[in-house]
Every structure is written in C-alpha cells, then in structure tokens.
Design a protein around this ligand. Sequence first.
Ligand SMILES: *Cc1c(COP(=O)(O)O)cnc(C)c1O
Length: 432
Amino acid sequence: MSEVAGDQDFETRQIHAGAVIDAQTKARVTPIYQTAGYVFSDFDDGEDRFAGRSGFRAYSRNENPTNAVAGQRLANLEGGVDGIVVSSGQAAIAAALFTLAQAGDHILATRSLYEGTREMFRGALRRQGLQVEYVPDDADESEWASRVTERTRAIYTETIPNPLNQVVDLERLAGIAHAAGVPLVVDSTVATPYLCRPIEWGADIVIHSTSKWLAGHGSVIGGAIIDGGGFDWAANGDRFPHLVESPRPGVPSFVDRFGVSAYLGYLRTVTVLEYGPTVPPTSTFLLLHGIETLSLRMDKHVANALEVAEWLAEQPEVTAVSYPGLPSDPFHTRAQRYLPRGAGAVVTIDLAGGRAAARRFIDALELISPMTHIGDVRTLAIHLGSTIHAKLSEEERLEAGITPGLIRLSIGLESARDIVVDLARGLRAAAG
Ligand SMILES: *Cc1c(COP(=O)(O)O)cnc(C)c1O
C-alpha cells in the first residue's frame, strides 16, 4: 500500500512514508478526503466493512484516508507498527489510557509532566475511577516495584517533560514497566521522532500532541498514538483481558485479529469509534505538510534554543536556565544519550525578581509572542505561575518546581540574534 519501505533515511520517510497515490486522480499531494462516509459496493460489502474484513472504510469517525496517511507516517517515523491521529494531544492521552485501563485500575507516572496531563489525571480520569500515582523517576527499581499492584495497567512518562526538561531515563523505565508486566507509555511531544524514538529504547506506546513541532506552524490542534508492537499482551492477559480474550464465542480476540498491533487495533476500532475524538482531515493536511520539513525545522529549533540558552545563562537577571543542551544542566548527560541531535526547543528560565519581574518581562516583549503553546515557527513566551499552573496552590506550584519567576520559552525559527535582542529588551524591563 505505502509507496516507501522502512529502510530509507528519516528525511525521506518524513516526506513519503504512508503516502498512497489516489488511484483515480493520481494526485501527488495527499488530498483532503472531506467525507463523512464511503459508499458500499453492495450489501455484502457493507457487512464486510463493518466486520473489518474489507480493506475499505465505513465511516470517517475512526477511518479517513487523509488521517490514515498521517497515522502511518508517524508510526513509520517512530519505528512503530501502527498509528492513528486524533483531535488533540489531550484526546490522544485519554484514548491511549482508556484503551489500557478501566474504572478501578491504576497507572504509575513520573512526576514531571505537562500540566494539562496532570490536570486530566487528577480531574477527569479520577472521576472515571482511574487512579494515577506519581513516583519520582529516579526512585530505585525496588521502589517502583513496590508501587505496582494487580490493577496497575501502565507506566506513564514524557521524554522531555514540559516545561522543566527533566529528561527521563527511558530505557530504565521500560525495564521497570516490563518487569511489572505493563507497557511504558511515553508522551514524546517535545522530542518529536526526529530527536528521540522512545520505541527504540523499549517504550511500547508513544503519544504526541501534533499541534506542536510535528505540525510546527501553530495552525492546528491534533494528537497521535503509535503502537510499538513489542509488548506481549498475551503473556499479560490477566491485566488486559479485553485484548487477549475472545469477546464472544467464534469471534477472534484482538491479539488474534491484529497480531502485534492488537493495542492500536483496539484503540482504532473500539476506543476511537466509541468516544469519537476525530481530527478533521483539513487539520491533518496541514500536519502532513509540517511533518515533511520536520528534520530541517528541528535542526534549526535546537540550534537556536542552544544559542539562546547559552546567552540566557550569562544574564544576571536570570537565576536559572533549564535546557539540557547546556553542559551545566543536571540532565545534560541523559540528554546526550537520548537526544544526540539536540535537547528540544523549550528553554525555561527563572527571573531573579519573581512574579513582578516576570510581568515587566512579558509586557516588554515585541517580537516574541506572549501566549500558551509550544512548537511554533514563532518564538513564544509564557509566565507559568499565572497561567498554566494558576489553578494550583502556591504550595503545589513550588512542589512541581513552578517558582514565581518561571517563564517558559518555545524557541522559534527566527534568527537567534533577533530572539536575543527581544529577550534582552525583556530582561532590561525585568531589572526595572
Ligand atoms: C500541548 C501538550 C499536550 C496537549 O496537546 P494538545 O494538542 O494541546 O491537546 C500534551 N502533552 C504535551 C507534552 C504537550 O506539550
């Protein structure tokens, strides 16, 4: 089906993987298949499509040709066996976990995570009866093991946690997860498959907010889930009976039907079908355009981020710079191992003058956009304590490492010199 096999270089696959030339028009660019459904050729064809026995689709809620190309392309770039795109990063996280766990189940997670995820864990997921327990990611194996119960269904982490860049030890976490009989689920939004491919380090399921660097231009919201295909569901069937057991006599189990991509098969044909977190193919069209230039953009994003971080580290108004590309950063050694092409493009700084300095800094910026989002071609800045982390108490913020002067920068593709000029303007204002 796909025009490109898996043995080509990343730069080639980001352009070609998963693309299917439309048989009738031979359109070179993947078209926007703006349709709700697909005509059955006859009665039996309708039955076959509903049973999943046909190569053709039934309905765009979970199967659309434009979206399918993006799912296949991301699976290819991550080194997975199957992938799907959904309506947002948040939807991807919810769908990924709803495919593993049900009311009464338990998930272990590293502490440093995107605040939207933490909010979902303590809000919607808890109300659905899912319990998430945090473990410091440097806790030793025996501590992790002691937290695993018979209801544990996953270990959840982020490659480069947003916003503090505390790069995780993926290989160690994968070992801990597999010893416990559960998959390692990794939100790899900030790394992108160009900088790190968690599946190569043992991760089982990779999640993206495609709204960030994958789409890359700040124009769309989307998410993706990729199945690594390596987790042995059958060997852990007591935890995942919905994947391993036949739903009814004579009906194959998901493992029998989908083999190594049983997880994604369930996610596509049950979770996404039932909950309906569908991304419009118009958004996916823009996502595909973004992915085509991912490597070029990421090289420039990380070069700019490093140059800006080095400059920020020298400024007296800045008391701390979190950027693992800096040799002085506590996560530098880990970044060298997992992120040899660069440590992403989020640079988080703490201002000496706290919240008052942060207000003056944000209000003085002219080039840099004060807004929430990351992974845009434009450089963006946000004061965390008054926005993303504002729902937390002062105490909870400090526990999460969100100090009053903390500003997250998403370094864009403008010239590093012009970014620094604007930051210098902000820091002069911050100094008062
Ligand atoms: C932005 C973000 C999300 C949520 O993605 P949306 O597309 O905004 O729903 C999830 N994880 C991480 C790490 C993010 O940065």
